[in-house]
Design a protein. Structure first.
Length: 171
């Protein structure tokens, strides 16, 4: 019973922290500061000592900041592969989901990247599916996490399609 209340308390605490980050920090920033904040969040995601909860908060704040800006800054695009794309294969399912949602926001903010994202996900999904082997022992979980992350991203990109001005890319 106590663990149930601790889980609820943690959820409330996380919601409060995210609210403070959105309203108290991000909304008060100027546009140049928000651009720098995106880079800061990206560098935090690259750090090895970040817990899954911190990654979730960073990804959610990153998504909110991208939506607020309405564009993807060039300086953040340089960190893209080492942040969100890496988080898609994280061992925590919640981090993978949050990374997929961040990619969905990225596609919503910059519809020109949808073709590249879908192509990347389908290619990676095919490669992951072909590489999964039940004889790999401890690597199987890592490969299945990656496969799950790629399918989650594909689902997130499909869910955003009605909002895309040009729909899906032909390829």
């Amino acid at each position: 019973m106590l663990s149930k209340y601790l889980i609820i308390s943690f959820g409330v605490l996380k919601a409060c922290i995210l609210y403070i980050l959105r309203v108290g920090v991000t909304d008060q920033m100027t546009e140049p500061t928000q651009r720098g904040f995106l880079v800061f969040l990206g560098k935090q995601l690259e750090s090895s000592d970040v817990t899954p909860s911190m990654k979730i908060a960073a990804l959610r704040t990153l998504s909110y900041t991208l939506k607020t800006l309405g564009e993807v800054p060039l300086e953040f695009k340089e960190l893209f592969d080492s942040t969100i794309v890496v988080a898609v294969s994280h061992s925590s399912q919640l981090v993978r989901i949050e990374a997929a949602l961040a990619l969905r926001v990225l596609a919503e903010v910059d519809p020109t990247c949808v073709g590249g994202l879908i192509s990347y996900v389908v290619t990676t999904l095919s490669a992951s599916r072909d590489n999964v082997s039940f004889e790999k022992g401890s690597n199987l979980k890592i490969e299945l996490d990656s496969l799950n992350g790629q399918t989650t991203v594909l689902a997130a990109l499909v869910s955003i399609s009605p909002k895309l001005p040009l729909g899906y890319p032909a390829r």
